[in-house]
Design a protein around this ligand. Structure first.
Ligand SMILES: C[S@@+](CC[C@H](N)C(=O)[O-])C[C@H]1O[C@@H](n2cnc3c(N)ncnc32)[C@H](O)[C@@H]1O
Length: 272
């Protein structure tokens, strides 16, 4: 037996509205299951029972709190599709401003050697490499995250040097630009995060130690050693961390603090 797709989408959207879940997720899920762009859904009349069942299964996963990117194991970032799994942070749109900022400094200064510290899915490293003639080294402590990052680099045909290291411990050389989106949530704040974040993003990608500044401290203490004299550090910060990070890096020159699309302080740029 077939069901009219229009009726199915309407029924599911009503259900999501009642559950206070964004109804755009219904069309996203239906389109992913059917393997078509969302814009084509109005042109499809009927769906078979087995497809209906698969849609309903994914809808139930979403209704139980799983984000759509976790359901399908992929996420778009900077116009590129990335694999994700339980071992990596799902790339955030807010982090695209870090890529924009890094590319601006790379282009203006003809930088060549890029370090992405705490690479996770590899989204920052791969987006930068895709858009500039640079060499990129990417570090993460998690072997499982690096497997996903390498898979993403291969998917996009980008040659990136991946290193498994606890921060700078196994790293040699100097870089023109160091980019990083380190774990920055303070311990006390972890329990206040949305369930969709705390249940599905790995703790190792979120936990910034007691103050949230653990990894910024490590970056600060290694910056003179790993950054070239005319290089820059481009780091993502939590929306209320600007003053704390400015104080921590007070022996470096703050070039700018860039806001994300929601108007929150998101990226800071320092030089020696
Ligand atoms: C907030 S996520 C950022 C992932 C990715 N760069 C992004 O922007 O989506 C932080 C990453 O830091 C990694 N990490 C945590 N502790 C680390 C350490 N001691 N050394 C290196 N990487 C670490 C985590 O595994 C995680 O992938």
């Amino acid at each position: 037996m077939c069901m009219k797709l229009f009726d199915l989408r309407k029924k599911l959207k009503d259900e999501f509205a009642q559950l206070d879940i964004d109804i755009v997720d219904v069309d996203f899920i239906v389109a992913q299951v059917l393997g078509v762009p969302v814009t084509l859904l109005p042109l499809i009349e009927d769906v078979d029972d087995d497809v209906c069942l698969e849609i309903q299964t994914k809808i139930n996963m979403r209704a139980s709190g799983m984000p759509v990117d976790r359901i399908f194991g992929n996420k778009y970032f900077y116009g590129l599709e990335f694999y994700i799994d339980d071992n990596v942070l799902s790339p955030r749109q807010d982090s695209e401003v870090l890529v924009d900022t890094a590319l601006k400094y790379i282009n203006d200064n003809h930088y060549h050697d890029v370090l992405d510290m705490c690479t996770g899915s590899g989204c920052l490293a791969i987006a930068v490499k895709r858009n500039a003639p640079v060499d990129v080294t990417a570090v993460d402590v998690s072997k499982k995250a690096l497997i996903i990052a390498k898979k993403n680099a291969d998917k996009h045909g980008e040659d990136i040097k991946f290193i498994q290291s606890n921060m700078f411990e196994k790293l040699d050389g100097k870089f023109d630009i160091i980019i990083s989106n380190p774990p920055y949530i303070a311990r006390d704040e972890l329990k206040t995060l949305d369930r969709e974040v705390i249940d599905h993003d790995p703790l190792i990608a979120l936990d910034g130690g007691e103050s949230g500044l653990k990894f910024y401290n490590i970056i600060h203490d290694n910056l003179r050693k790993y950054l070239n004299d005319d290089g820059v550090l481009v780091i993502e910060i939590g929306e209320d961390q600007r003053m704390l990070i400015e104080a921590l890096f007070n022996d470096f020159e703050l070039l700018e603090c860039v806001k994300d699309l929601s108007g929150h302080d998101r990226v800071m740029v320092f030089k020696k």
